[in-house]
Design a protein around this ligand. Structure first.
Ligand SMILES: NC(=O)c1ccc[n+]([C@@H]2O[C@H](COP(=O)([O-])OP(=O)(O)OC[C@H]3O[C@@H](n4cnc5c(N)ncnc54)[C@H](OP(=O)(O)O)[C@@H]3O)[C@@H](O)[C@H]2O)c1
Length: 498
């Protein structure tokens, strides 16, 4: 630290640091500093990952100290964060040893009561959440193709016209749109984090009586935010969907979960079957995984109260197996781009479980239409996954200059590179750099050392056995399709020798 910085740091008082934080946060959010309450939960300000990383970077420059890039998520309020910065203490005020079972609280009014479950084999009206997302686009297409139903899509928008436009644009962006889809897509303006999905009593009841089945895919996906940021959307939102399912007439809920629910260290070195209980929650690090675990437990609780539910657990979802179209904002696309740009990849035999979005959406829609699926969970993992080492070999075979480094060397290179805002992984900096546990390991080091669980998909494959729905292996052909899409969409600009 220079003398100038030392002097500046010593001279920063609680007031100046707090005022600096309020100024920077309001500047990033483009809001008035007066609208920021230093005692409000920090998660209630909708800072995105890049904004949070920007602020902790600027703070490092200002105070001349290194901070965790997740600094803004490690303290509950600006006031608490300021106290930490002034005192220099390391301890976060957030409870990292939460009892996740205590979070599993389902409103007791969400139950079967004295109603009968009447299953409709050919639904006339389907309710879908997450229609403006990646998987949602493919689910809409598959539901439109496989059923005669109208699809009522929950969408955040100012009015129905703009809501419908958002859904259409999303399908267009994934090269799925057909004009004849339009009449069967019905926008429902709402917000999953609000009570009754943000719908008034009358509209909620009307929707509950109109629809025959529900597909719930809306969620906040992020590898950096703390649990508190996810809870209103992923947990409480799921409760509101279950409420909709339980009112007026009981209808099935097809819930899109994630294999991330098995993040607990208790599953290390185990094989996890679809029919296994979701028993363990200890040793989960990521707020996203914690929220998906709690949400899935709510769905199971509803099932135990008699509601018809199905749970689908995809691994990482990759692009379409034929067109290559992928949500390039996602962590795997950013990782592949970073490896190509850095010219290195880790020599890991750790599996990269990626299933193409067309496989995931087709499997979900098919399984959801089988009566015997009710009450079950399905694993949409790729039966023939790839590992990082093989990915490096394939990228080299396509003409990219990529060095295979030991994990430690690659991590060091990544940590140095990822601090540049130009790096595709910059918004995910805390995910790669933050150190956990007494051993001070990054999340990738923890995953690497603990020999992660193996997700079995045998029961799912058996349920799909009589169909032509097959998950393509993650091999040369598929990777070539993805790289072509990356190039044609402008996501990847590094030229290979081929
Ligand atoms: N992508 C993966 O690799 C992966 C892997 C395993 C499991 N999953 C699960 O699959 C599901 C879909 O993932 P995805 O990749 O398609 O996600 P995505 O592209 O990020 O889409 C998320 C969707 O949720 C909606 N949403 C978020 N907050 C909402 C709110 N408050 N009210 C209403 N809608 C809201 C979004 O609407 P806006 O457009 O308005 O934001 C968007 O339509 C999620 O449940 C996820 O947990 C995904």
């Amino acid at each position: 630290m220079s003398h100038q910085q030392e002097f500046e740091q010593q001279s920063q008082t609680t007031e100046t640091i707090q005022a600096w934080l309020v100024h920077k946060i309001s500047q990033q959010l483009k809001i008035n500093p007066q609208d920021i309450d230093v005692q409000e939960p920090l998660t209630s300000y909708a800072l995105d990952s890049v904004q949070a990383v920007n602020i902790s970077g600027e703070l490092e420059n200002w105070l001349g100290r290194r901070f965790s890039p997740s600094l803004l998520w490690d303290y509950s309020t600006i006031e608490k964060l300021t106290q930490h910065l002034v005192s220099g203490s390391e301890a976060s005020d957030l409870d990292s040893s939460m009892d996740w079972n205590a979070e599993v609280i389902l409103d007791p009014t969400i139950c079967l009561g004295n109603r009968q479950v009447e299953l409709v084999t050919e639904p006339a009206a389907i309710f879908l959440t997450g229609a403006t997302g990646f998987l949602g686009a493919f689910l809409i297409q598959e539901l439109l193709e496989q059923t005669q139903a109208d699809i009522y899509c929950l969408v955040r928008s100012a009015n129905e016209e703009s809501g419908k436009r958002r859904i259409q644009k999303n399908l267009e962006s994934y090269e799925l749109w057909h004009e004849n889809y339009s009449s069967r897509i019905i926008p429902v303006l709402g917000d999953i984090s609000q009570s009754q999905l943000g719908l008034g009593d009358e509209q909620f009841q009307k929707l509950a009586s109109q629809i025959d089945t529900i597909y719930h895919g809306a969620a906040l996906l992020n590898y950096v935010f703390p649990y508190e940021r996810f809870k209103p959307i992923n947990v409480l939102g799921t409760q509101e969907v279950l409420r909709l399912a339980s009112q007026v007439k009981v209808k099935p809920v097809h819930y899109i979960s994630s294999v991330a629910v098995f993040e607990s260290s208790a599953y290390d070195q185990k094989v996890v079957l679809e029919s296994d209980q979701l028993a363990h929650s200890e040793g989960m690090y990521l707020g996203y995984s914690q929220s998906k675990w709690v949400a899935e437990k709510l769905v199971m609780m509803a099932r135990d109260r008699g509601l018809p539910v199905c749970i689908y657990r995809p691994p990482f979802i990759s692009g379409h197996s034929q067109t290559g179209v992928w949500n390039t904002d996602d962590i795997i696309c950013r990782m592949i781009k970073t490896c190509i740009e850095m010219g290195s990849i880790a020599d890991l035999d750790q599996k990269l479980d990626l299933s193409p979005v067309d496989y995931v959406s087709q499997a979900i829609v098919y399984l959801s239409r089988q009566k015997e699926s009710l009450g079950k969970a399905f694993h949409l993992s790729n039966p023939q996954p790839i590992n990082w080492k093989k990915l490096g070999d394939l990228l080299r075979s396509f003409g990219y200059k990529i060095e295979q480094l030991s994990y430690e060397d690659w991590q060091t290179q990544l940590e140095n590179n990822v601090r540049s805002p130009e790096n595709p992984l910059y918004p995910l900096l805390p995910f790669f750099v933050k150190r956990w546990t007494e051993k001070q390991l990054t999340i990738t080091e923890i995953y690497q050392q603990s020999r992660r669980m193996q997700i079995s998909c045998q029961e799912t494959l058996a349920a799909l056995a009589n169909t032509d729905i097959v998950c393509p292996p993650m091999e040369s052909n598929l990777l070539s399709t993805y790289l072509s899409y990356f190039k044609r969409s402008g996501f990847l600009t590094v030229i290979s020798k081929q």
